[in-house]
Design a protein around this ligand. Sequence first.
Ligand SMILES: Cc1cc2nc3c(=O)[nH]c(=O)nc-3n(C[C@H](O)[C@H](O)[C@H](O)COP(=O)(O)OP(=O)(O)OC[C@H]3O[C@@H](n4cnc5c(N)ncnc54)[C@H](O)[C@@H]3O)c2cc1C
Length: 490
Amino acid sequence: MRTSADYLKSLSDGRQVIVDGSPVDDVTTHPAFAPIARTVGELFDLAADPANGMQVTDEVTGNPVNRLYVAPRTAEDLTAWRAAAQVWADHTNGWVGRSPDHVGAFVAAFASHPEAFATERGLAENVVAFQRRVVENDLYVSYAIIPPQVSRATTAHAWDGDFVQVGVKEEREDGIVVSGAQMLATGGAVADEILVSCIKPLTPEDTDFAISFTVPVATDGLRLYCRRPYATGATSDFDYPLTTRYDETDALLVFDDVFIPWKDVFVYKDVPGLRQQFFDTGAHVLGNFQAQIRFATKLRFLAGIARKVAAVNGVDRFPGVVEKLGELASLVSVVESALHAAQFTAAADEQGLHRPGAQSLYAAMGLQAELHPRVIGILRELVGGGVLQVPSSVAELQNPDTAQDMERYVSSPGISSVERVKLFKLAWDAIGSEFAGRHQSYELFYSGAPFVVKGYAFRNYDYDRPVAAVDEFLASYGVTELPALQEVPA
Ligand SMILES: Cc1cc2nc3c(=O)[nH]c(=O)nc-3n(C[C@H](O)[C@H](O)[C@H](O)COP(=O)(O)OP(=O)(O)OC[C@H]3O[C@@H](n4cnc5c(N)ncnc54)[C@H](O)[C@@H]3O)c2cc1C
């Protein structure tokens, strides 16, 4: 299996990642990308170590492969799959949203449902071959499945100008030529390939944009426009401990007449086929099961910061603070419990994919827009001004002249100034830094805008049962003697 060294070496491949108006020479050495590339490399090292239980024997080659790239087929598989996802989530404490297991899970589920891609062009074989490539080469695939935010009043066919959303410009014997843009490939700058598709509903007039394909990041004509990197502005690991490790970067993809061979095309000019790939295959459920494992891990970490801050400030016995810590515990436990429930209600589908229970999974996702801001809000309230009563940088703790003031005025009983400042700077990077602000948006949007995610919760809830209960109850009483009603004159 790939190690960090193999992975980092493969990233020096001439990819067009644009920052500040120019392409980056090498993402493994550029200060915006080197930290997250290093973190992803550590994930590969963890998976490559059999002691971490992340491996499974590949049925085709007999080699050990990452089990997160293989669809679980039994309850035991799903248990092991969840444990493997937890190893990676724990390593980043849930601060890396698009670790390779996210899209890896989508691809595994795609390949377990080739019938969803069965068209006369043989696209089903392509998706199966793609998953083999991901498994055998231990690839990191990111995805961009949202049209650029031009206007949501209409879809791509009605936008001014041709091919604003990525679409098929030319069909050839050996493949297709695509042009246009798609958002927002988190991790794309340090991935091996990007899955490009569209999860937002399209209309029959949008056929040219109804495609799904994979593309190596280093492909002629593909440019990644990254938002402002935060890692470059972070003064030190001590001052920004999260930013300096986990700034994944998000990128708009621009395709300038990019050739995609047929073997890498999975959905072709097929509007219903787009939704089929995400929802009929179980990919959306398995991919978001990973996402909620990661989310629960991050919530636990935030609760841990809150608990420590309350103890350091000596407020953790005040009833009002206990109430807040209790609320935090409840919020985190709701997500953890939804994961347990999704696992408990998992069942094999008709192709043998052991799917996590959708109702429980989407219940947690549907609450995320309220739950995450509430957790951040409680932490913000508990830290008070402590996150701003910190020195401008670690330098004040290093300079003996200023270090004395720090020790005198910025310490707590039994806690040195270094320990205290370290904790509060971590809290700030979680709730107040630019990195933290991006995380607020990430948790709100990564699986769709809140109205979209609540739609998943609505569609996967068995409303027949409560409605039947209400009907039965209504039928159990009534007006015993109905009076004769006078006819209303016409
Ligand atoms: C930090 C971050 C990372 C991301 N990473 C990825 C990634 O790796 N891959 C990827 O593909 N995508 C990614 N995304 C994109 C994400 O999937 C989208 O942001 C999400 O699907 C919402 O789409 P949008 O941003 O276009 O919002 P819009 O669809 O434009 O919605 C914005 C707001 O407009 C309103 N609105 C719009 N349409 C309607 C409607 N029909 N009915 C009611 N209200 C409406 C709602 O208030 C909604 O919240 C990321 C986003 C963020 C913020």
